[in-house]
Each structure stands twice: as C-alpha cells, then as structure tokens.
Design a protein around this ligand. Structure first.
Ligand code: FES
Length: 115
C-alpha cells in the first residue's frame, strides 16, 4: 500500500502500488481538470495534456512516457500527466500546478511561477 497526499485538497488516500494518479484522484473525488475539461478530456489516454499534477517525490513515480514528454515542457521534471504517472510508494501530489511555459521560462518572470 502507498499513501498519496493531495496537498491542495488536504487529503491523504491509501492505494495499491502501481496505480496511475488519474484513477486514484477520480476514485476519491479529487478534480484534476479545470472547468469543462472535466468532461472534455481524453479519458486517460495521454493525448489532451490537461491532467497535469506536480509529484513531489519523483523516486516513487514511473518514468515519463513518450506521450508525456511530448505534452509537458521539460523545464520542470516534477510536473507529470496524472494519467501516465504510476506511483509505487508514498508521495505528495499537487493538482493544478503552475507550469513555466513560453515567456514564463524567462528568468525575469520566474517569481510569478515559483511556489
Ligand atoms: S487525461 Fe488526457 S492527458 Fe491525461
């Protein structure tokens, strides 16, 4: 068993190891999608890129898939697609992470996305 702590929701859940974060979140009523994307997502196939989360303990997470690497900018390795990220131990997960993209990658704007 692994303990997953969803930090924005202040919820800790116990799950079987090797399960993907999207399934875990949905089963426990934790929303990962902004607005209408709750209904208009790819249902865990890795195509839409809307289920982004930040995983704070990367050692217990699976390696990023090819699909995931294509969807997420490589500037922040802790940001993952929940549907492509399988967890094998205790970790903390943050939904709706701020991601440094485009002009926000410039160091002048770093303070806007730091947490
Ligand atoms: S649900 Fe579409 S990429 Fe995860």
């Amino acid at each position: 068993m692994a303990k997953i702590y969803f930090s924005r929701e202040f919820r800790e859940v116990e799950v079987e190891e090797g399960e993907d974060l999207r399934s875990i979140a949905l089963r426990h009523g934790i929303n990962l999608y902004p607005g209408m994307l709750k209904y208009l997502n790819c249902r865990g196939r890795g195509f839409c890129g809307t289920c982004r989360v930040r995983v704070h303990n990367q050692e217990v997470a699976s390696e990023p898939t090819k699909v995931e690497k294509a969807k997420i900018p490589q500037t922040d390795p802790s940001v993952r697609l929940a549907c492509q990220c399988f967890v094998y131990g205790d970790c903390e997960v943050q939904s709706f992470p701020r991601v440094k993209q485009g002009w926000m990658q410039h160091k002048v704007y770093q303070h806007l996305v730091e947490e």
